[in-house]
Design a binder for this molecule. Structure first.
Ligand SMILES: [Ca+2]
Length: 315
């Protein structure tokens, strides 16, 4: 009995020695031998494998989705270009081309300057109604602002000045986005026509007129004043200014917002605050108050004039 027990013990010791040796040389056996896999471990492995499969499928689907989005973007961009081309064939890009078109179709009829409202469509911009002044020799100017009777409201938000507002055949603002588009597409000049309540008229012209994009707050560049302009260089202090409205103050007045301080709430390239103010409060008589429709030095900065038109044309 004792001998049998000693033999069994001896066999067990030999077996354990073999297992230990195998475990030292093979880590897999070591884990299997020392930490036996339970049902919970097996379940965890299954869950991990399933999650792994789901993750791989999701990544795959995501890649496919990204590729589809890219394709849709490409198609949209092509569609936009096609629409742009079609609309570009329907409408002239500016009043200059409107004038050239009228002149070539009826050369004898443009001996006198005419004014009309036309739809123009500069490249990569929506078709927009504007007022054109079409002069002799196929010359077309685009009216960008008009004041003449005080019927339109000019106390508008930054957003409204971006889009433009009013009636092109009467009083209106063409819109800062379109101004930016037109004046950066081709170099432009600016002409200003003024009229006072006593019937006197004056004009001013600048060879350079450019409006920056929204990222630079529609910064104004107006330069090369033409010396024979009889209204005087009123825009000098506005050159380089950003566009401000009553709800956006980018003027150089440290104490407040010029658009609000002047009481008219019109948008403009205010400095501190103005010599010229086409969007001021309309007064049916000249008056002697700040904030009216003004062009200094032609008239006092407090004198509101009867009519002002700003026009632009590519060189
Ligand atoms: Ca300010």
């Amino acid at each position: 009995m004792l001998r049998a027990a000693v033999t069994v013990l001896g066999v067990m010791m030999v077996c354990m020695a073999q297992v230990n040796h195998a475990a030292r040389t093979n880590p897999a056996i070591s884990r299997a031998a020392t930490i036996p896999q339970t049902a919970a471990d097996a379940q965890q492995n299954t869950i991990e494998n399933t999650l792994d499969t789901i993750l791989r499928t999701m990544r795959n689907d995501h890649r496919k989705l990204e590729s589809s989005v890219q394709e849709v973007k490409q198609e949209l961009s092509e569609l936009r270009e096609e629409t742009d081309l079609i609309l570009g064939k329907m409408y002239k890009p500016s009043c200059q081309e409107v004038a050239e078109d009228l002149h070539s179709n009826a050369p004898g009829s443009t001996n006198e300057a005419t004014v009309g409202v036309y739809t123009i469509k500069p490249p990569k911009y929506k078709p927009t109604l504007v007022r054109c002044e079409l002069s002799r020799g196929a010359v077309g100017w685009t009216v960008i602002l008009s004041r003449s009777n005080g019927r339109e409201r000019f106390n508008r938000t930054y957003r409204e000045y971006q889009d433009g507002f009013g009636d092109p055949s009467e009083e209106y603002w063409i819109g800062n986005d379109l101004l930016h588009r037109l004046t950066t597409w081709r170099p432009h000049q600016l002409r200003v026509a003024l009229e006072d309540f006593n019937g006197q008229k004056a004009w001013a012209q600048y060879k350079v007129f450019r409006v920056g994009g929204p990222e630079e707050n529609y910064k104004l560049t107006v330069d090369q004043f033409e010396a024979d302009s009889n209204a005087g260089d009123g825009l000098k202090i506005h050159n380089g200014m950003k566009f401000s409205t009553y709800d956006k103050d980018d003027d150089t007045n440290k104490d407040g917002n010029c658009s609000q301080l002047l009481g008219g709430y019109g948008g403009w390239w205010y400095s501190n605050c103005y010599h010229v103010l086409p969007t001021g409060r309309y007064r049916s008589v000249g008056g002697n108050e700040y904030g009216g429709v003004a062009w200094h030095p032609w008239r006092d900065v407090k004198h509101s004039i009867k009519a002002m038109t700003l026009l632009i044309r590519a060189h």
